[in-house]
Each structure stands twice: as structure tokens, then as C-alpha cells.
Design a protein around this ligand. Structure first.
Ligand code: NIG
Ligand code: FE
Length: 415
């Protein structure tokens, strides 16, 4: 028998292991019952039945509980200052959600020190981690000047590799009379300053923010600067966001609350190819070549802004690729809980518990064009969450209950 690899970890006694690698286990989630998993050098080295588990340097007993891939939260805005709890209370009393509230956070963010911004971002990252999130995308968008957006992205880059430049969030007050001038700034000097700290560019394509032509310009400029495209669209009403995103080959269009049948068809036709990278993580080049646009649903926003929920059932039935994310931000949705989003998706959007879990893990990975996360096939990053539950259905079945017992990121215990 070969000696265990130095530093290897065996997680044994897993009642139910969700791999999201269909070839590896049962069903679309690739579930292995009475399973074990071995981590070596931060990667999944082996999965299979407990009875066949190899030796490792260290061993953890899951005591019959379930292990899932860490949540991939592909949409957040955790670099900000200030508080909008009163705005939420007013909304619950009947006031509509307005994108203009973003300007309140812009003023508070500009007034905050670097240390304050980093402190809040780190606290929210920790909060997400302890709830099972192992990858978190983070956007700018509350600075809205060249220096402030760059500052927000430097902070974002301290807490994640998945950084997104969202200078095109809304037109700031000082450009209220010159939106064209702001667009020139965002696609010119601001982009130039922010691109080195960003992986993605995003635009809020919505009435009251940026129209289709402006959004196309933002995404094209981002592409020339080497950034991948993402879009906020169809949040408050029907609009061109989905079509703009699909045309531009964006990795994801997020919100998708108000879709017409043409939007659903467009997303179904644009779904990224399934199956690639379900085993070992593929290269970035492969991931980019695969392309496709994911519909990222943010049900926490619809909850906190009293909107209808996105038509998840119609999207899935049409063949669109769906992700779930929190959109954690101080205005439209201040949750970092992916489990809450899963519960909403199951109860309010008629996703099955399996579909919701897949969307919160592998779906998020696809929305970030990542093949190394969101699944636990051999070679994947060892980003995994041990639930205090015998079955992942508990995420929706026991809403609001903290069910996360332990979290490993790159094989290290982080919560
Ligand atoms: O994704 N839609 C635009 N941006 C954020 C809201 C930000 C805010 O209200 O502060 C969102 O919902
Ligand atoms: Fe957002």
C-alpha cells in the first residue's frame, strides 16, 4: 500500500457527498452515499465509497452528515460604507425601490477611509464564509469617480480574485446634466485606472441607469481592456439588458426578474455547453472558448424590494443555464446567505432543491466561467462545506437555520 501524501486530508463518514460531477455519482448532482473524499495540495484527489477510501495524513469524521461544494456567490457589492435600513423600512411600508438610493451609498463610501471600506468588506466576506460560501465575486460601483472606483477595486482585490468594475452603476449627481460625459469617463480614464484591478466589467442596463447603446459601449470598452462582460438587467421592469448581454457574449446577466418570452429564448440559445470541466478543472482558455451567458437570479433582491420572483421554471425548462447569487449590498438586498437564496428559489420560484443547490454552486462557477470550482470532481479545488444535516434538501427544508458545520477553501479549514 502506498504511503499517504504529506499533508493529505481524508474526510470520511460522509452520509451524502454532492460532487456536481454526474459521472462520479448518482443523478445530476453526482451524489455518492456513505462516501469519503481525499484532499491533497488543496485539490480533490479522490472521492468514492467510504469502504474504499485510501489513507491520508489527517482524518475528519463527518458522522453521517452531508458535504457539498462550497457556494459560489457570483454577485456582490460588499465594498461600501453607510446603512440604508431606513430605506428598507420605507419600502416595506409601500415606497418603491429606486436605483437613486445608490447615490446615498456613494456619498457614504466617498467619505469613508480605506481602512473602513476594507474592514466592512472583510467582515462581510467572513460572514459569507461561515455560511458556506467559498468564492465571492465583488463589484465596485459606489465610488463613481476615477479615484474612488479605483480605490474600491483595490479593496475588492484584497478580499477576492473575482473583481468587477461597475463604474456604469448609475450616473453620479455631479454628472446629472452630462450623462454622455460620464459615459466618456467610464469608458476612458476610469476604465484605464480600474482595469488592472478587475477581471470583469459590468453595467446596470435599466431605466434610470444606462440604456442599451450605453451598455454596449461600456462592454465593448471593457473587452478592449481585457475584461470579461457581465450585465445587471431586467431588474425593475422589462428592458434590453438580457439581449445586450447575450449579443455581447457576457458571461452572465443578473437579476432577470422581468423577462419576456424572447428573453427566455435568447438565454436558452446562449446557455454555455454543459459537461465540460465536470471532472478536472479546465484551462481559462477552454472556459473562455466555451462562452455562453448564464441567467443569474438574485431572489434576495426580489424579496427585499417586494418584486415578483424571476421565472426560473420557464428558464430551466427552456434549457437556460441558471445561477443563484446573493447580490449582497446595502440597498436592494443585504444578505450574504446563499442558503436563504436557495430556500427562496425552492419555495417561491419552483426550482427543485437539487436545481437550486446546483445553481448556487456549479451555476455560479459557470457564471464566472470557472471550471475549477463549483464541483468536487477529481482535480477540482477543495472548496467544500460540511452541513449539519443528513441531506442537502435541509438547506430549503430548514430555512433560516444555521446548518454549516465546517468550510474548507483550497483544502484549508476556514470556518
Ligand atoms: O444589484 N441594480 C443595481 N445595483 C444593485 C443595487 C445597489 C443599491 O441599491 O445600492 C443591485 O441590486
Ligand atoms: Fe447587483
Amino acid at each position: 500500500m502506498t504511503a499517504p501524501a504529506p499533508g493529505s486530508l481524508l474526510i470520511d463518514g460522509i452520509g451524502s457527498l454532492v460532487t456536481n460531477a454526474p459521472g462520479t455519482g448518482e443523478g445530476a448532482l453526482g451524489v455518492i452515499a456513505r462516501a469519503a473524499l481525499v484532499v491533497e495540495q488543496g485539490r480533490v484527489a479522490w472521492t468514492g465509497p467510504s469502504a474504499h477510501a485510501p489513507d491520508a495524513d489527517a482524518r475528519v469524521d463527518a458522522a453521517g452528515r452531508c458535504v457539498i461544494p462550497g457556494f459560489v456567490d457570483s454577485h456582490s457589492h460588499i465594498v461600501f460604507a453607510g446603512d440604508r435600513g431606513r430605506e428598507f423600512a420605507a419600502r416595506m411600508a409601500g415606497r418603491p425601490y429606486e436605483a437613486g438610493g445608490i447615490r446615498t451609498t456613494v456619498a457614504a463610501t466617498r467619505a469613508a477611509t480605506d481602512a473602513e471600506l476594507l474592514g466592512t468588506a472583510e467582515r462581510l466576506l467572513r460572514e459569507a464564509r461561515t455560511q458556506g460560501t467559498t468564492t465571492l465575486e465583488v463589484k465596485s460601483g459606489y465610488g463613481l469617480s476615477t479615484a474612488e472606483e479605483e480605490r474600491c477595486l483595490r479593496v475588492a482585490a484584497r478580499v477576492t480574485d473575482e473583481t468587477t468594475f461597475l463604474g456604469a452603476h448609475v450616473v453620479p449627481a455631479e454628472y446629472a446634466d452630462d450623462p454622455a460625459g460620464y459615459l466618456d469617463l467610464v469608458t476612458g480614464p476610469m476604465l484605464e485606472a480600474c482595469a488592472p484591478h478587475s477581471r470583469w466589467i459590468d453595467v446596470f442596463c435599466e431605466r434610470g441607469a444606462f440604456d442599451a447603446d450605453a451598455a454596449r459601449r461600456v462592454l465593448a470598452a471593457g473587452r478592449r481592456a481585457g475584461l470579461g462582460a457581465r450585465v445587471h438587467g431586467n431588474q425593475s421592469g422589462p428592458g434590453p439588458g438580457v439581449r445586450v448581454a447575450v449579443e455581447a457574449g457576457a458571461a452572465s446577466v443578473d437579476h432577470c426578474t422581468h423577462l419576456d418570452p424572447g428573453d427566455i429564448d435568447a438565454l436558452a440559445s446562449a446557455a454555455p455547453a454543459e459537461g465540460v470541466g465536470e471532472g478536472a478543472g479546465g484551462s481559462a482558455t477552454e472556459a473562455t472558448a466555451r462562452g455562453g451567458t448564464v441567467a443569474t437570479l438574485l431572489p434576495g433582491v426580489d424579496f427585499a424590494t417586494r418584486q415578483p420572483y424571476p421565472p426560473a421554471r420557464a428558464l430551466l425548462d427552456a434549457g437556460a443555464a441558471v445561477a443563484l447569487a446573493t447580490d449582497c449590498n446595502p440597498g436592494s438586498c443585504f444578505t450574504s446567505s446563499m442558503a436563504f437564496c436557495i430556500a427562496l428559489a425552492v419555495r417561491e420560484m419552483r426550482m427543485t432543491p437539487d436545481e437550486a443547490l446546483h445553481a448556487a454552486t456549479r451555476g455560479g462557477a459557470r457564471a464566472l466561467r470557472r471550471t475549477d470550482i463549483g464541483h468536487l470532481g477529481t482535480g477540482a479545488r477543495a472548496d467544500l462545506t460540511l452541513l449539519d444535516a443528513p441531506d442537502p434538501v435541509y438547506l430549503a427544508y430548514r430555512p433560516g437555520v444555521p446548518l454549516v458545520a465546517a468550510v474548507w477553501k483550497d483544502g484549508e479549514l476556514v470556518a
